[in-house]
Design a protein around this ligand. Structure first.
Ligand code: FFO
Ligand code: GTP
Ligand code: MG
Length: 575
């Protein structure tokens, strides 16, 4: 950073030097059909007097109208003069985004054009805008308040429909119930402050009216309660601004990549019957019930890998759990069922015969020649080994989930294999009828319910019921059971964002509200505990001053340069 810049930043207000003509690329800095540069400053179009082929038309144009023409380098030879064919959109102060005169350049969106236009703008004496500088100017010229500016920043960042709605609500309603209540609170407290200052300045006998700070206790208490309520709403809603991270994890070949693709409705991840297909994790963004989600497909887990790259991959799968909000543990349903019957003595006793047949059935269904073989590509995994691995990962994931208080969904994938004619009936289950799709669905649902039931009993017996866990049967291949899984995911997502909630809009506001609440608490406690006669007015006035100062900063009724700089640091260039 240059010393000049550092000095400017240190001096706060200087960070945004007013009056300069500024410009910024408002569209993405890459190839696009059309790109837009925004320029702002007093009579900014005059700078284009020698740089636009139809300057006369531009000068005469009314606000909010567009003029077609060519941008030109001034003082260039005829041959090199052309910059681009453009549309210029003119805004006359104060009717513009920034409240100043503005000009938008709509040019062709190639990298070469962007470079040439940028070069021209510098040559014409415009400087590159700082982050949020257009919005900063709009506040300065009274086009919007700080609350709306923060709403714009959120809107520009919004990744889900809920976020977009909430930001628009605050942009459209800068004086919403929350900001109104804060303003009213501030003026109420300022009045108390004024009265007590008056009392400090005069001898008590001179005043007819003796205002005692303790009289303000009931209203201070109700303000305090409101602030605390807003903070808890904010904490609940904060997650809605956060992208929820869902990690798919489990043994190799359990179908993580298949489910990943299914949920995204696109063939994103490579699926193959080879164990260990996914080596590095993949992430993809999608939206569920208006909530922004990042879904991760990870390298499958297995113990016997001696491939260092695969081991690295597994390490990364586990590291991802550190930042997960939600874990989906996948298993191959055949392995899971064998595990269930083996571990649950009642099933075993009652269905010893069918359980054995059932287990053999998998091997037969999959590969009629191999005994107890789940996968017969690259490495052969026997059912015993697969069951042992499943148990290992299940207890590992449950421990992690319990430790980090993460919701864990256990998914038995490949449920379509349940209705394979080669499979013997499940315990207590009549044979699955293949004749109609509907029937098939009902049966799978019944099986799924029954299994969940048995699984829960088993978990209760193992005294693990404390951890938040549930079981889903689905098929990434046919989509069976997926609607239920998606429902469950939606239900388990953090509280949904409600646009009209009375709560702070940003972390900055929340921090100020928190500080205000602490000071107000101190004020209330002080009033409550002190003997009235001994009550120290100076103490009360000082606290009230601090409280009002912070309340003013929330809405931007009072602000300092440093605070503005911090807020606009979060903007993107061109806003
Ligand atoms: N081309 C373009 N599209 C854009 C923007 C922009 O700056 N340029 N915006 C950038 O964020 C958003 C729209 N925001 C805007 C906000 C105010 C004004 C404006 O001219 N306001 C005047 C006139 C209002 C009126 O005619 O009623 C004003 O407030 O006085 C323009 C865009 C999204 N789309
Ligand atoms: N019948 C059936 N086969 C499935 C299902 N889901 C996945 N498969 C098959 O199982 C094999 C493994 O699927 P993947 O999605 O690559 O499994 P993975 O868990 O990502 O495997 P790794 O990346 O190796 O850990 C492929 O042959 C899939 O076609 C399912 O629901 N039903
Ligand atoms: Mg995979």
């Amino acid at each position: 950073m240059s010393t000049e810049l550092r000095n400017e930043q240190a001096s706060g207000e200087g960070h945004f030097r007013n009056g300069d003509a500024i410009f910024a690329l408002a569209t993405v800095p890459g190839k696009s059909a059309v790109a837009v540069f925004r320029c702002s400053g007093p009579t900014v179009w005059q700078l284009f007097a020698n740089a636009f082929s139809r300057y006369g038309a531009l000068e005469r144009a009314e606000s909010h109208s567009a003029v077609y023409g060519f941008l030109l380098y001034p003082d260039s030879s005829e041959k090199d003069a052309l910059v681009d064919e453009v549309l210029l959109l003119k805004f006359c102060a104060p009717r513009s985004y920034s409240g100043e005169d503005m000009l938008e350049i709509h040019c062709h969106g190639s990298l070469a054009v962007l470079d040439a236009v940028r070069k021209l703008l510098r040559k014409l004496g415009l400087r590159e805008a700082r982050r949020g500088e257009f919005t900063y100017r709009s506040i300065k010229y009274g086009k919007r308040n700080l609350h709306q500016a923060e709403a714009i920043a959120l809107l520009a960042e919004s990744r889900s429909q809920n976020q977009r709605r909430s930001a628009l609500y605050h942009l459209d309603q800068p004086h919403n119930p929350f900001t109104q209540r804060l303003q009213q609170m501030r003026s109420d407290l300022l009045q108390i402050l004024a009265r007590s200052e008056l009392q400090l300045d005069y001898d008590e006998t001179e005043l007819e009216f003796h205002y005692q700070l303790p009289d303000s206790l009931p209203s201070a208490r109700s303000h305090l309660q409101y602030l605390r309520d807003c903070l808890s709403s904010y904490r609940l809603q904060k997650n809605c601004w956060k992208t929820c991270k869902i990690v798919l994890i489990g043994a190799v070949n359990s179908g993580k990549s298949s489910l990943f693709n299914r949920l995204l409705a696109q063939e994103r991840s490579i699926v193959s019957e080879q164990a260990g297909t996914t080596r590095d994790y993949l992430e993809a963004h999608f939206e569920l019930a208006g909530q922004s989600i990042l879904l991760y497909d990870t390298a499958g887990l297995r113990r016997d890998s001696d491939d260092p790259i695969e081991q690295q991959g597994m390490l990364r799968s586990r590291q991802l759990l550190e930042q997960a909000d939600f874990v989906l543990l996948l298993s191959d349903i055949r392995v899971a069922l064998v595990d269930l019957t083996r571990r649950w003595p009642d099933i075993r006793a009652a269905h010893e015969h069918s359980a054995k047949e059932w287990q053999d059935g998998y091997a037969e269904a999959d590969n009629p020649t191999a005994d107890l073989t789940v996968t017969e590509t690259e490495t052969e995994i026997t059912m015993d080994a697969a069951v042992a691995e499943l148990q290992r990962y299940r207890s590992e994931m449950r421990q992690i989930a319990a430790k980090r208080k993460l919701p864990l969904l256990e998914i038995w994938n490949k449920s379509d294999l349940l209705s394979s004619p080669n499979l013997p009936p499940l315990p207590n289950q009549t044979h699955v009828n293949q004749t109609s799709d509907n029937k098939d669905q009902t049966d799978t649902k019944a099986i799924s319910e029954q299994l969940q039931d048995e699984w829960q009993k088993q978990r209760a017996a193992e005294n693990e019921a404390g951890t938040e866990c549930c079981l889903f049967l689905c098929s990434a291949k046919t989509g069976q059971g997926l609607p239920q899984l998606i429902d469950e995911l939606q239900r388990s997502l953090p509280v949904q964002l409600k646009a009209e909630t009375e709560a702070p809009l940003s972390e900055r506001q929340a921090e100020l509200i928190h500080q205000t609440a602490e000071l107000l608490q101190e004020y209330c406690d002080g009033l409550q505990n002190r003997e009235q006669q001994l009550f120290d007015m100076d103490w009360g006035s000082e606290l009230l001053r601090q409280i009002c100062g912070r309340l003013g900063e929330v809405n931007g009724q009072t602000f300092n340069a440093e605070m503005l700089r911090d807020i606009f640091q979060q903007f993107c260039v061109g806003k």
